[in-house]
Design a protein around this ligand. Structure first.
Ligand code: 26V
Length: 811
């Protein structure tokens, strides 16, 4: 192909006039509407197509460059990519916002309105999925040739609604109103097998006689790096039937059954599993995992073989990152492809596997570590079960030969002869295994992977998480972006460490005033959203206290609600005191089957109802639980936050990334010494963060010694009063016993140590009240948060992966 012909494609230009003309062209000839009859959605699509053309120009150039230079590529395998919206992201990265604004003004259109037409691509549950999205952005920024591989779920994470304060889940349908950012790739199609049996012909040929086959079809989304200098690809797989319709059945009138196979095949990519707590060993989940992993490996090997001819050099040109254990079947699948299809010996193949794959662990919670029953596993993936048995056997032999005092049972893949442990499979098959914060990595070495760490002391590395400053400051916080650009220039956008230049202005009166004004503008915007969604008016000068994340007992939204009630009771007792007005803002979804988490949501909403309508309290305290927390809502809440709640039971939050986003946007953290909070504290300094509660060592000790929560409660009159009010139905007069299960947990089995941390949390919150009243000092401390968390850029994280794990250069 003549690649020179591609060089000057981008001559359509990014002037306002070119964009205006392009938009009309797209509106008429692609959307099929004339300007008089076009809806906002039509205009949005038209502009999206114009912007997309520019992205595509950069994309092709980047792909050709990578291909011509035969560069080593990184493949990021993840069940989840929590992308959110892409429109504004593209405009920001290409830096064409002024021209776009001008073009739109001709038609009296507002960019904001068009951007709001886009639905959120919610193809993830929370932190793990959003991290994958930030990593894609950073890999493009750092010009690392990379692909993200995942599943194109037809339905992303459910939409959350409240009915009478209870969470109701509704199917999400992001594809319904059209999605301009993806390209269907009819030619990129692979066969994926399930079930059946294996035969060997005695001449080294292995054949998998599958019971079921489906196609994996590719959809590509370009991921634009800063200033369009490089564009990578997110390739998502959609499942399709290999046979279309059973005509025999159809003709005999059996319409439903005629379509059965089609429906079964399409079910695989139908919906994202919404549960990050209880993998129930569902067959469909295992099929999803294998489906996208196999398609991705087949695809990357095909690409490798277009540039190289010896499969044995794969590790020199390919690095594959497994995002948690969800794609850990890659260890066995790559073995299968290398041995059964490319005819390498098991020993040679395993050497390649171990040089190519790496694994990131995102949680120590035992219930989230994936295990599959051997029976189910063998039924769905018979060949992989054999391969895993081979790996397990050889690994065990190697361990035994080293004569070390390790527990053999702990390092086996097949546990107790009955379950396949994906964490152990991933560890054994990987070059490097990384944790996501310094503390989490240390705990991995001491707990889940302690025996492995003794065997392979160099394998576990730390790569503390990060966030992309493009989306999480530049795009979501225009007032602060503008102020920073005026004051310290633009270097921070691509090199967030440079934001430390703002520290010099922390005591500059004029800068402080403008910084506070930016925060205030963002708070007015959020107050508008709260009023629109909840019909609740809040005072934008009050302290905006924010807890936004999945609802989970270990994240302890419950602790926050208890403190809210304690504060409410104190205000009612002495309303004349000089209170610091506060708005408690919550956002987050509970897994549909997680009963306790759903009760916590209901409790928060019940408390909100009582508190918000109490005339004695007035504006001193308001509670707002915003429904359907997602990436787009986060983009509005985060810039408006004064206080960031990071209050997990120490040792349980692997890293957190919301903590970084909030600090970067000038919120002070109240938190435990958990996950990346520890590292945030080290950078902002103890006077600019509110740390409280048990440490992870304390928690570990309590786990051994036991803990008497009843004694704690009885010794604390504030907490006793709060629990009494809940148990007596003060917040649920229609059903006074509604929260007995919740209060019982605290009295009888307070595993997450909510009661143990209550007092120090309550005290720290009073320090926050006090701190916030000194408006001038608070602004200085907010500035120092923004200025001192530049290290938490995902660019820094990805440079770490590139250097320590993938062995690829980054600019
Ligand atoms: C597990 C499962 C099990 C089966 C059903 C679906 C599902 C979905 C997700 C998970 C694992 C969730 C682990 C996770 O999200 N960890 C979070 O990762 C963030 C990025 O590293 C980190 O900041 C958070 O602290 C950590 O909780």
């Amino acid at each position: 192909m003549d690649t020179n012909a591609m060089k000057n494609w981008d001559d359509r230009g990014t002037t306002a006039e070119a964009i205006r003309a392009g938009m009309i062209d797209k509106l008429v000839y692609s959307v099929g509407k004339d300007p008089e009859h076009a809806t906002l959605q039509d205009w949005s699509t038209a502009l999206g197509l114009v912007v997309r053309d520019h992205v595509v120009d950069h994309w092709f150039r980047a792909s050709h460059r990578s291909h011509e230079e035969k560069k080593k590529r990184v493949y990021y395998l993840s069940m989840e990519f929590l992308i959110g919206r892409l429109f504004n992201d593209a405009i920001a990265n290409l830096q064409i916002e002024p021209a776009v604004q001008e073009a739109l003004s001709t038609y009296g259109l507002e960019l904001r309105d068009l951007l709001d037409q886009e639905s959120d691509a919610a193809l993830g549950n929370g932190g793990l999925g959003r991290l994958a999205a930030c990593f894609l952005d950073s890999m493009s920024r750092l010009e690392i040739p990379a692909f993200g591989y995942g599943i194109r779920y037809e339905h992303g994470l459910f939409r959350q609604r409240f009915h009478d304060g209870w969470q109701i889940e509704e199917a999400e349908d992001w594809l319904v109103s059209g999605h301009v950012w993806e390209f269907e790739r009819l030619e990129a199609r692979y066969t994926i097998k399930f079930g059946g049996h294996i035969s060997f012909d005695g001449q080294g040929n292995t054949k998998w006689h599958a019971e079921e086959t489906v196609f994996a079809m590719a959809y590509d989304t370009p991921i634009t790096g800063w200033q369009g200098k490089h564009v990578n690809t997110l390739r998502l797989w959609s499942s399709r039937p290999t046979e279309i319709l059973d005509l025999r059945r159809f003709n005999s009138g059996d319409y439903l059954n005629a379509a059965e196979k089609m429906i079964r095949a399409e079910t695989i990519s139908r919906v994202l599993y919404p549960d990050d707590t209880t993998p129930e060993g569902k067959e469909l989940r295992l099929k999803q995992e294998y489906f996208f992993t196999s398609a991705s490996l087949q695809d990357l090997i095909r690409r490798y073989l277009t540039e190289h001819d010896d499969i044995r050099h794969l590790p020199d040109f390919v690095s594959i990152q497994m995002n948690d254990t969800h794609p850990a079947i890659a260890v066995a699948e790559l073995m299968r492809l290398l041995t059964d299809e490319h005819r390498l010996s098991f020993v040679d193949a395993f050497d390649i596997v171990q040089k190519t794959l790496s694994y990131t662990n995102h949680t120590l919670l035992p219930e989230a570590l994936e295990r599959w029953h051997v029976g189910l596993f063998r039924k769905v993936l018979p060949r992989h079960m054999q391969i895993i048995e081979w790996i397990d056997f050889h690994h065990l032999a190697e361990v035994q030969s080293r004569n070390l005092a390790v527990s053999l049972e702990d390092v086996r893949i097949i546990g107790h002869g009955s379950e396949v442990r994906m964490g152990n499979l991933a560890f054994i098959g990987s070059k490097k295994v990384n944790g996501v914060s310094a503390l989490h990595t240390e705990l991995m070495k001491q707990t889940v992977f302690a025996e492995f760490h003794r065997l392979y002391p160099d394998r576990i590395v730390n790569e503390t998480n990060g966030i992309t400053p493009r989306r999480w400051l530049y795009e979501c916080n225009p007032p602060l972006r503008k102020l920073l650009m005026e004051t310290i220039g633009t270097d921070w956008i691509a090199n967030l460490e440079k934001i430390d230049a703002a520290a010099a202005f922390a005591t500059d009166a004029s800068f402080k005033e403008k910084f506070a004004a930016a925060k205030h503008a963002n708070k007015i915007r959020l107050a508008g959203v709260i009023e629109k969604k909840l019909g609740l008016r809040v005072d934008p000068t009050a302290l905006f206290d924010v807890q936004i994340k999945r609802i989970h007992e270990y994240k302890r939204q419950f602790l926050n609600i208890l403190e809210t009630i304690a504060l409410y009771q104190a205000i009612r007792r002495s309303p004349a005191n000089d209170w610091t007005p506060r708005v408690k803002i919550f956002g987050g979804k509970a897994a549909p089957g997680y009963h306790v988490a759903k009760q916590i949501i209901k409790l928060a909403n019940d408390v909100a109802k009582i508190v918000n309508s109490d005339p004695v309290v007035g504006d001193r305290l308001k509670v707002a639980f915003l429904p359907n927390y997602n990436v787009s809502l986060a983009e509005v809440i985060i810039p408006a936050a004064d206080l960031s709640e990071q209050i997990s039971t120490a040792g349980m939050e692997a890293s957190g990334t919301g903590n970084m986003k909030l600090a970067l946007n000038g919120a002070l953290t109240i938190g435990t010494l958990d996950g990346a909070n520890v590292e945030i504290g080290e950078r902002v300094g103890p006077e600019n963060i509110y740390i409280f509660g048990l440490t992870s060592e304390d928690v570990a000790e309590i786990r051994v010694k036991g803990y008497d929560s009843r004694a704690t409660i009885e010794g604390d009159p504030v907490l006793s009063d709060v629990l009494r009010a809940i148990a007596e139905g003060d917040f649920s007069p229609d059903d006074p016993s509604r929260y007995h299960d919740l209060t019982d947990i605290l009295y009888n089995s307070d595993y997450f140590l909510v009661t143990a941390d209550f007092q120090s949390y309550f005290q720290r919150q009073r320090d926050v009240d006090h701190g916030f009243r000194d408006t001038s000092r608070w602004t200085e401390r907010a500035i120092l948060n923004t200025a001192n968390v530049g290290w938490f850029s995902s660019d820094r994280t990805i440079r770490g992966y590139a250097a320590d794990i993938w062995n690829v250069p980054s600019v």
